[in-house]
Design a protein around this ligand. Sequence first.
Ligand SMILES: Nc1ncnc2c1ncn2[C@@H]1O[C@H](COP(=O)(O)OP(=O)(O)OP(=O)(O)O)[C@@H](O)[C@H]1O
Length: 635
Amino acid sequence: MTSLARFRPALPRRMVLPAILLAALLVVPFAAPLITPHDPVQIAVRDRLAAPSLEHWLGQDEFGRDRLARVLYGGQVSLMVAFTATTLACIVGTLFGLIGAYFRGPFEFLTTRLADVVLCFPPILLALLVVTLFGPGTGTLISVLSVLYFPAFARIAFSEALRVSALDFVAASRALGTPSRRIVMGTILPNIAGPVSVQYSLTAAAAITIESGLSFLGLGVVPPAPSWGQMIRGARQFMNQDPLGIIIPCVALTLTIYAINFFCDRLRDTLDPKGATGGGKDDVSVPVAGNATPVEDADVVAVIRDLRLEVRQPGRSVEVIRDVSLTLRANQCTALVGESGSGKSLSSLALMGLLPGAIRQAGGSLMLRRKSGQMVDLGALGPKALEGLRGNDLAMIFQEPMTSLNPVHKVGAQMVEAIRAHRKVPPAEAKARAISLLELVGINEPARRFDGYPHEMSGGMRQRVMIAMALSCEPRLLIADEPTTALDVTIQAEIIELLQRLRSEYAEGLSLLFISHNLGVVAEIADRVAVMYSGQVVEEGPAAQVLADPHHPYTVALLESMPSAHDEMHSARGDRLRAIEGTPPLPDRRPSGCAFRTRCPVALPACAGIEPPLYQSGERSARCIRAPEAGEQAA
Ligand SMILES: Nc1ncnc2c1ncn2[C@@H]1O[C@H](COP(=O)(O)OP(=O)(O)OP(=O)(O)O)[C@@H](O)[C@H]1O
């Protein structure tokens, strides 16, 4: 039992229903001899148009043939023709598209021109022409349908492969000397699998319809062999007397097309790793029952308590965020720092209710105080309620001002839209507010900039616009995810100064959650700092104290590895820069005990045995068994 369970192929839950439905529709026609003993071509003229009976469950057709046998055996023919033709078209078209897009030059010319030539002919006319020339029959149908549908695959594969080829990871593979065949099949093909699989579903459905249409016209499957198109053709003349005759093949057609579309739609979502496992109710952030307790202190704007996030992989779940707790207060800036992959972004995205599809909340609670003063459990809110909160009660600015603004809309239109999403104000009033916000964030000639496009602005100006948009509805919590990383040093300083100024001028009492790699910037802006490592907060406390006198060896190492002009950081590290040895462990390869112990210069044998809790010392806490020691020394 255990070994069977271990070797059971892990079919994602979202695929189970469509797979069962499709498998049933595909298997049932091929199990026809087990379901009915009747011959689909055996005529019984005496019993023509007979009603359903115990012997003939779906009745008999105009020649007295058993309808159940005909719909089942007819399904075999229709499905075989449609799937063989679609698979051939998919393989040939996708290969053409991939080769044309990757190698360009004559390959591109051949792919696009060949596809253009075939696309010039209306499909049904081309099919009629070929069938008339070569005579009806299953082989002709498969050939004509493959030729008809290959250009659609070639075009989709070509345009998607062009897009993917231009991405950095393909350039990186080329730079590493990876052979072209491996880049095309191993790197580009998986990235275009989503749109190609959608095209497959549409084509298979269309091929079934065209096969039925041609058979209906007498140009498809040759009688007396059954097919759904032929059944409709035969039943058409008697449809007033015997509607069942036409309903049965139509229902079979509709169900099959629906099952194929349903399956391919889910398959596309499953194949796309970015959106993987999204969609099912259990896959979005689910309300977590129980341990969310209201917070009385009116200064507290948000509380993250024991947050656990996990990524679902086939057959298992991996914890990427573990027991993260943070309290964010009004008029306070809390900085989240840590190496890449430590979990800073996911923790903040969880607050926004914007976790990627593959990540789900497995435990803990996220509480937010609304502008009304009411404390809400974000995990218990539905998508609509969360939408109402985002931009209104909490807002976020991102790292890349170049891509955060929509390039095809004017700056002003985007700001007005953000304002009117939460406030029922007339457009003129929203415009006036947008212009005053642009002025507030230090944009010169705000009225002129209001009518400009994002590409007419510098990176620093765009980040100012993003900040203005984020503050447009006066949220109580602003999350800034590395807002200055993409900017040059002087602009960075201006943006930090702007955030500081806005914070001090903010009447409502803004809580700022500031995510950064840059400890110099953190020293300048943060009141409190939380250091993250491998999905956990390993040290937390007042920024000045933590940066000047870190209690966790990871914080010490982080400070020693970063250049900074700030005095409090000099005292912690002397003046030499030192890289942190090794790399952070992957979430599924953490060592036993303390996750930092394999890189820690002061690790003890005991560190392998226990996962250290957060040791509290006054306003500070650190997740290290040596933290109490460090606290005593400092005292
Ligand atoms: N969509 C995802 N699917 C699977 N794992 C993910 C996903 N997003 C993040 N992770 C994993 O979660 C962990 C935390 O990632 P996160 O993006 O929060 O790190 P970060 O500290 O913000 O890094 P950076 O500073 O580079 O943005 C990492 O191990 C990362 O690989």
